[in-house]
Design a protein around this ligand. Structure first.
Ligand SMILES: NC(=O)c1ccc[n+]([C@@H]2O[C@H](COP(=O)([O-])OP(=O)(O)OC[C@H]3O[C@@H](n4cnc5c(N)ncnc54)[C@H](O)[C@@H]3O)[C@@H](O)[C@H]2O)c1
Ligand SMILES: N[C@H](CO)Cc1c[nH]c[nH+]1
Ligand SMILES: [Zn+2]
Length: 434
């Protein structure tokens, strides 16, 4: 059974803290396994990647066959149902349009002293895109990774995707082809992240690794940060649904299960102001679980990590939402804007009874690669800016260097940095007193 408690309970704070601190992904065992895998890939390169692929994905590859060639990617389009390709293209188009609107502007101006100042955005040169594939194939995650990278102008896109038992999902490959990715490797988990970060004999390292994955992928991204950039920790999925009694319990149950079915470590939470409605939803979840294809995974996630919290009124929900900082926040209430405007920490917000989170997973337009494990307190969903970096520039001439330079000389002297002081003073014929 999921945990079920109310703000009226005397031990509410203790129960809420236990929920916040429950470890769903980053336990020490996972971190140890991942650090060993990364060290091994650094030492043995391709051989280690191939060994772990045999171990975890149960398939024998070679340095040559781990790459999925451009012809296979193109041929995959014909293996998919035309209406599904159309759906993929509709999704791609909407995602592209949304992300294009988020391209940043450069800055170039002269300030009051006439000093030229500005900043300029450029794309990272090579990006590694992690597409999950352990327990389900995620063609949508190909789009969500690749499209912002393309919009940003990344030159080299390298996609990795595990293919357990050697099963290559045609729609994943078709999505790569449609997005114009031509360097794809059939590898996953920590070994793929390590290969992208450090390189192997076959795979050139990248500058930035993005994309979602399970606990092993999330831990590996944490570990390689610094060697490469990462987008964020996009680990096992989460949903927090805030729903009043005016909802259909079956709808809300399915929304909770839509994220539970991703992973046994996924987390679904319901906050409601009606205890009777909470019971109806819990019953509806049990009923829905009988019909779902991934009932084992969804059921385990719901039992082990699910939670139902009853509040006295919806205003009480706001600080709880901010403390949970969910990946997805669904506001199934009559005035979603009123609640939404008060929330600070959430990866993505879904407004109103007719905006199920799943619409954002596929076709809405904003990215579905989102921060999990409370990291929405300080990070955002994947976007164009994740594939770009900002360079600032400054241009002085003799006149405006004379206006602002003496202050720099003074500050350099107080920091005891004589060469700094002199590199400015020498241009202005100023004396320096250390
Ligand atoms: N936060 C987001 O934005 C977002 C988006 C989509 C998916 N997801 C999450 O992505 C995840 C997909 O998980 P998945 O497992 O299906 O695919 P995955 O590709 O993330 O992981 C599969 C890989 O995990 C590694 N692995 C599995 N068991 C291991 C073990 N015992 N030791 C070491 N490595 C091991 C293997 O290398 C395997 O190839 C889910 O948790 C889902 O919730 C998150
Ligand atoms: N809900 C996931 C992000 O947590 C993304 C996804 C992909 N396919 C379906 N859903
Ligand atoms: Zn999903």
């Amino acid at each position: 059974m999921p945990v079920n408690f109310s703000t009226k309970d005397a031990d509410f704070e203790a129960q809420f803290d236990a929920l916040l601190n429950s470890k769903r992904e980053m336990d020490e065992d996972v971190d140890k396994i991942v650090s060993d895998i990364i060290a091994d890939v650094r030492k043995r390169g391709d051989a280690a990647v191939l060994d772990y692929t045999t171990k975890f994905d149960r398939l024998e590859l070679t340095a040559e066959t781990m790459r999925i060639g451009a012809e296979e990617l193109a041929a995959a389009v014909d293996k998919c149902e035309p209406h599904v390709i159309e759906a993929l293209k509709l999704a791609a188009d909407r995602i592209e349009k949304f992300h294009a609107k988020t391209l940043p502007d450069n800055l170039d101006y002269r300030d009051e002293q006439g000093v030229r100042l500005g900043s300029r955005w450029t794309a990272v040169q090579a990006a590694g895109l992690y597409v999950p594939g352990g327990t389900a194939a995620y063609p949508s995650s190909v789009l969500m990774n690749a499209i912002p990278a393309k919009v940003a102008g990344v030159e080299r896109l390298v996609m990795v995707v595990p293919t357990p038992d050697g099963v290559r999902n045609p729609l994943v490959l078709a999505a790569a082809h449609i997005c114009g990715i031509d360097e794809v490797y059939a590898i996953g988990g920590a070994q793929a992240v390590a290969a992208l970060a450090y390189g192997t004999e076959t795979i050139e390292p990248v500058d930035k690794i993005t994309g979602p994955g399970n606990a092993f992928v999330a831990a590996a991204k944490r570990r390689v940060f610094g060697q490469v950039g990462i987008d964020m920790i996009a680990g096992p999925s989460e949903i927090l649904v805030v729903a009043d009694h005016a909802n259909d319990p079956d709808w809300i149950a399915m929304d909770l299960l839509s994220q539970a079915e991703h992973d046994t470590s996924a987390q679904s939470i319901l906050i409601t102001d009606d205890a009777g409605f909470a019971t109806q939803v819990a019953q509806a979840v049990d009923k829905a679980l009988e019909t779902l294809p991934r009932t084992e995974i969804a059921g385990q996630s719901w039992r082990d990590h699910g939670a139902v919290i009853v509040v006295e009124n919806m205003d009480e929900a706001v600080p709880l939402i901010d403390r949970i900082a969910p990946e997805h926040l669904e506001l199934a209430v009559s005035d979603p804007d009123a609640l939404s405007n008060k929330v600070t920490n959430a990866g993505a917000i879904f407004l109103g009874r007719y905006t199920p989170e799943a619409i954002g997973d596929y076709v809405a337009g904003p990215n579905h690669v989102l921060p999990t494990a409370r990291s929405a307190r300080f990070s955002s969903g994947l976007g164009v800016l994740d594939f770009m970096k900002r360079t600032t520039f400054v241009g002085c001439d003799a006149e405006n260097l004379r206006a602002i330079g003496p202050a720099a000389v003074d500050l350099a002297v107080t920091e005891g940095l004589g060469a700094h002081a002199r590199s400015v003073a020498i241009r202005l014929n100023l004396p320096v007193e250390d």
